[in-house]
Design a protein around this ligand. Structure first.
Ligand code: PEP
Length: 237
């Protein structure tokens, strides 16, 4: 089970460091759960410092560029992340796809370069509400997943766009159906994302093809994030 907290554009370095210190022992209570946090670029170093050397929590970035260095204003490369002690990166988050012009082609470049450099990758897929209503979910997932390389450090996150930050969650059955489809297309663990909270985590994580969660809003609160990690620990106990 993997529980990853995506802090999005929340928590500056001061707050991130304090929060990281507060949650650093969480994996000792949430047995069997691989815990990841994904701060903003500016808070990566502070988060690592707050966790300290002993914590089993891994720190991932929210994005990564495909070139090692160069004239790419506003981007950050895999070697820059590795130098800090960052262990992985999210690629293809729906907010990147919808708001910043990310495409299947650029997501592929980011995933391949990150894996090549030694980072782990959480590669996000998911249909919009209009696509689901038009019966295109399978087609969209097939198109988004096709570019992902087969790699032991790649994890897929299924995040239906209509469920992200909206408070609307896919039912456990809807999520299970999508996860089973994704697993038939790609041999990788699949996380569910989209308004995961302490109240719905256990029923989602009980589904056989749900291998963890990518958590946005609820990961910003220490108590809620801990409750989700404990639910994950119990789901496969
Ligand atoms: C996310 O950011 O990946 C996410 C799923 O957000 P939320 O949990 O807030 O819906």
């Amino acid at each position: 089970m993997l529980i990853a907290g995506n802090w999005k554009m929340f928590k500056g370095s001061h707050e991130a460091r304090q929060f990281a210190t507060a949650i650093r022992h969480l994996p000792e209570r949430a047995r069997g759960v691989d815990v990841v946090v994904c701060p903003a670029f500016t808070a990566l170093e502070a988060t690592l410092a707050g966790l300290g050397e002993q914590s089993a929590i891994r720190v991932f970035a929210q994005n990564v560029h495909w070139e090692l260095e160069g004239a790419f204003t506003g981007e950050v490369s895999a070697p820059m992340l590795l130098e800090l002690g960052v262990k992985g990166a999210i690629v293809g988050h729906s907010e990147r796809r919808q708001l910043f012009g990310e495409t299947d082609a650029t997501v592929r470049l980011r995933a391949e370069a990150a894996l090549e450099a030694g980072l782990a990758v959480i590669a996000c897929v998911g249909e919009t509400e209009a696509e689901r209503e038009a019966g295109e979910m399978q087609h969209v997932l097939e198109r988004q997943i096709a570019p992902f390389p087969q790699h032991e450090r790649l994890v897929v996150a299924y995040e239906p766009v209509w469920a992200i930050g909206t408070g609307r969650t896919a039912t456990p059955e809807m999520a299970q159906e999508a996860h089973a489809l994704i697993k038939s297309l790609h041999d990788a663990p699949v996380l569910y994302g989209g308004s995961v909270k302490p109240e719905n985590a256990a029923s989602l994580l009980a589904q056989p093809d749900i291998d963890g969660a990518l958590v946005g809003g609820a990961s910003l609160d220490g108590t809620a994030f801990e409750a989700i990690c404990l639910a994950a620990s119990q789901a496969r106990a």
